[in-house]
Ligand binder design. Structure first.
Ligand code: 5AD
Ligand code: SF4
Length: 436
């Protein structure tokens, strides 16, 4: 059986897709890049904004002619939109066979190998389903993602995630450590721990800070990353570990959402600006180049011009290395969906444009600060622009393009002097005899 897997949305979905791929390959299936060569098409979807759902639906419609040409083709929708829209998808998209929510992925191989033509929707939450033993197929031979927490308990008033992914569940620490050790033995040196509010992790006496320390003790692991932390769960313990343990990379994606305390409260964010600035001050005093990225929503219900200006001020004050900036999208089923919006779509977009312009200038400035530095890069791949050049990342998650000398391959660590910037892209020169 040949399968084609298309993934939309966050890193959690990337991980889940890798896990589904692994389950299918264990059953003898092989991946294909071209959907028209597949016996099975799986679309892993996102629901976080309406646009994400529209994109996935448009993509799924493109598969309709393939199904008409080959009635045996099975099309399956998984991920957040599957859970969010459920039966409605089966009704609307008659050419789709199965709709499967995030806690039901173990059933996928059975469904796909079954001769039955019954169309099905499997959406139940399962509080026990942590996909233990299903370590996702390594994304690269040297770097891997591991989901340590699924679901979310926060219920921010705009967010659909808790409804589609269910309440928080944590994987047992021993399983996580075993999985990282196995990956390390197979040659992985970089690990990314994943969870919707990853730093809320707990398991018995273990918390996120202690888990990070234990992961760092695993032989072969050189770099530890994680995403996404929640500002509410940056404990003193955690801040100390983050700045003292040299294997934990100096990059954090800390969603801000808004710079106005009044809006943060309406969003039910469980943090205010004082807490947020406290975290940033701690991390940036330890390392002024600590990479901080964020998510910001523009035009949330009730956001006044003054609230928005406070967001602009916060962006200037923090100096984010990068930011994902979104226009507020009301999602049915969330608390804020019930509130009447005053801003028009254009007004929301206009705020988004203003914010983007300011942030773009800051991103450039933050990258310029890297000029002149000698950094260790983990080499990832050939550069997408020029196959004779390669791309590697610094500890603080900056991409650097360089010309390899001799044999340099993905997974190697090399020393580089960052000596140029083109657009936003940093460029470096290998520093001889300093290969690790
Ligand atoms: N509208 C716009 N952006 C949203 N996000 C979550 N829900 C919405 C929504 N309804 C953004 C948040 C979150 C990121 C993953 O998506 O910024 O951190
Ligand atoms: Fe959504 Fe808030 Fe949970 Fe993040 S913390 S997934 S924004 S509810």
């Amino acid at each position: 059986m040949k399968y084609h897997l298309a993934t939309y949305g966050c890193q959690m979905n990337e991980y889940d897709s890798a896990m589904i791929a692994q389950m299918l390959m264990r059953h003898g299936a092989t991946p294909v890049l071209e959907p028209d060569k597949a016996d099975v098409i799986i679309v892993n979807t996102c629901s976080v904004r309406e646009k994400a759902e529209d994109t996935a639906i448009a993509r799924i419609f493109q598969f309709k002619p393939l199904k008409q040409a080959n009635p045996d083709l099975k099309i399956i929708i998984v991920g957040c939109m599957a859970k969010n829209k459920g039966e409605e998808l089966l009704k609307r998209l008659k050419f789709v066979n199965y709709v499967v929510g995030p806690d039901q992925y173990r059933k996928i191989p059975e469904l796909l190998f079954s001769p039955s033509r019954k169309r099905l929707c499997l959406l139940d939450f399962d509080s026990q389903e942590n996909y233990v033993g299903e370590s996702a197929n390594l994304l690269t031979p040297f770097s891997t993602h591991i989901t340590i927490q699924r679901g979310c308990n926060k219920r921010c008033s705009y967010c659909i995630v808790p409804y589609v992914r269910g309440p928080e569940k944590y994987r047992c620490a021993e399983d996580i450590l075993r999985e990282v050790s196995e990956a390390a033995r197979a040659g992985v040196s970089e690990v990314m721990l994943l969870g919707q509010t990853v730093n809320a992790y707990r398991d018995g006496n273990e918390n996120f800070a202690s888990l990070l320390n234990r992961v760092s003790e695993i032989e072969g692991i050189k770099r530890i990353r994680f995403t996404s932390p929640h500002p509410r769960h940056y404990t003193r313990d955690l801040l100390e570990v983050l700045t003292q343990n040299s294997k934990i990379c100096h990059h954090a994606h800390i969603p801000l959402q808004s710079g106005s305390n009044a809006i943060l409260k309406k969003m039910r964010r469980q943090h205010d600006m004082e807490t947020y600035y406290g975290i940033i001050d701690y991390l940036r005093s330890a390392d002024p180049l600590y990479h901080i990225s964020t998510d910001i929503i523009c035009g949330f219900v009730g956001e006044t011009e003054t609230d928005f200006e406070q967001t602009l001020e916060a962006v200037q004050k923090v100096q984010f290395d990068t930011a994902f900036m979104f226009v507020y999208s009301p999602r049915r089923g969330t608390e804020s969906f019930l509130e009447t919006e005053i801003l028009s779509e254009n007004e929301k977009k206009e705020r988004h444009t203003r914010l983007t312009e300011i942030q773009n200038a800051i991103t450039l400035k933050r990258n310029q600060l890297m000029l002149g530095r000698k950094e260790t890069l983990l080499v990832e791949r050939a550069s997408s622009r020029d196959a004779e050049e390669m791309m590697g990342k610094t500890d603080n998650f900056k991409k650097v393009i360089f010309k390899p000398e001799g044999i340099v391959k993905p997974g190697d660590y090399v020393r580089c002097k960052i000596d140029d910037i083109r657009g936003w892209t940093l460029r470096g020169t290998l520093v001889e005899n300093e290969q690790e």
